[in-house]
Design a protein around this ligand. Structure first.
Ligand SMILES: [Zn+2]
Length: 104
């Protein structure tokens, strides 16, 4: 069994909080997109809510994948080049899958 470091516990709880927040936001956006669509089919904000919901979905996937990496022991390593992701980057973006070099 893998022993988690304090940093991993900390990042896991941040990721779980983030996932809750994103799920709530996603539900609200989807509801907004659908309810408006029923009454005002041509309202631009329908699409905006739907686009935002898609963005949130992408972030949720990233959070889920980061949680899986904590489980499997790959958390904090760049999924592209395998190098260690800077602590400041993980601090700012707990779900980061790529190091700064691979992102740019
Ligand atoms: Zn990399």
């Amino acid at each position: 069994m893998k022993v988690w470091s304090n940093a991993e516990w900390e990042q896991q709880s941040r990721l779980l909080d983030e996932r809750d927040r994103l799920r709530r936001l996603h539900t609200e956006l989807r509801a907004a997109a659908t309810s408006r669509r029923d009454y005002e089919p041509h309202d631009v904000t329908d699409d905006e809510a739907a686009i935002q919901a898609d963005v949130i979905e992408g972030r949720l996937t990233a959070v889920d994948e980061a949680l899986e990496r904590i489980d499997s022991g790959g958390y904090g390593r760049c999924t592209a080049c395998g190098s260690q992701i800077a602590a400041e980057r993980l601090e700012a973006l707990p779900a980061a899958a790529l190091c700064r070099r691979c992102v740019s």
